[in-house]
Write a protein that binds this ligand. Structure first.
Ligand code: DGL
Length: 261
């Protein structure tokens, strides 16, 4: 048993889609969710910046007293996971686009991947495709602007609809029968993506596998239990603005505090 919280971090509020799955699987744990809103979007930032920022956040979370870290951001994983692992001794779960399960699932042999520019350009993503999807055709689509539009305008906004029209059409045209949601913001618009694909197309996100992995990791390290199901949400941005978006996405009011790593 270990009463310390588990840290979950993202560039913004996309990681709440992962947090949802974590809390469903581990309701007794306490969570500290950090949205690095001031630097959203990560997807358009240079790799060196994200590496440095990721390590700085992880080291600050260690000082904050967390018992484990979930990197609930594909972009941060792609650019900084190795550096974060090298810099801290924390148990870490890093998520990456579900290319491996997609390769097992596709019947058409065509997998669509929606992710940030930085994730798709990363060496780690190239390795993932090379290792797990060499027998499939992988059609990638970068989605600049989508994560910010989901947060700033809302998942049902005309701005998001226009971006999805542009980003999803190439996957449908290529005959993808599986779409990997390779950014944790995109599950907020999963239905809108599904509506733009032919019926029966599978959408894959990584919330549940990440929750299983965290459960296994904490169990193996003897760190499970000791919490009370508390959730703290913190941001490097303006709490009042972030709070309004959290309430809209989470569907209930959650207090948001400022935290500076
Ligand atoms: N949620 C982040 C991810 O999973 C990206 C959003 C951003 O560009 O900041 O990749």
């Amino acid at each position: 048993m270990n009463p310390h919280p588990i840290a979950v971090f993202d560039s913004g509020l996309g990681g709440l889609t992962v947090l949802h799955a974590l809390r469903a699987r581990l309701p007794q744990e306490d969570f500290f969710y950090f949205a690095d809103t001031r630097f959203l979007p990560y997807g358009d930032r240079p790799e060196a910046f994200l590496k440095e920022r990721g390590v700085l956040i992880a080291e600050a979370l260690v000082r904050h007293g967390v018992k484990a870290l979930v990197i609930a951001c594909n972009t941060a994983t792609a650019t900084a996971a190795e550096a974060i692992r090298a810099a801290t001794a924390l148990p870490i779960v890093a998520l990456e686009p579900g290319v491996k399960p997609a390769a097992a699932l596709t019947r058409s042999g065509v997998i669509g991947v929606l992710a940030t520019t930085r994730t798709l350009q990363s060496e780690r993503f190239q390795r993932l495709v090379g290792n797990h999807a060499q027998h499939s055709k992988v059609v990638t689509q970068a989605c600049p602007g989508l994560a910010e539009a989901i947060e700033n305008s809302g998942p049902d906004s005309p701005a998001v609809a226009a971006l999805l029209d542009a980003f999803v059409a190439p996957l449908a045209a290529a005959g993808a029968d599986v779409v990997v949601l390779g950014c944790t913001h995109y599950p907020w618009v999963a239905e809108a993506i599904a509506r733009r694909m032919p019926p029966g197309v599978a959408l894959l996100d990584t919330g549940e596998p990440v929750a299983r992995q965290l459960d296994r990791l904490l169990g193996a390290a003897g760190l499970l239990g000791g919490g009370h199901g508390h959730l703290t949400v913190a941001t490097s941005g303006a709490p009042a603005k972030v709070s309004a978006t959290v309430d809209r996405l989470w569907g209930q009011h959650l207090p948001v505090e400022h935290w500076e790593p």
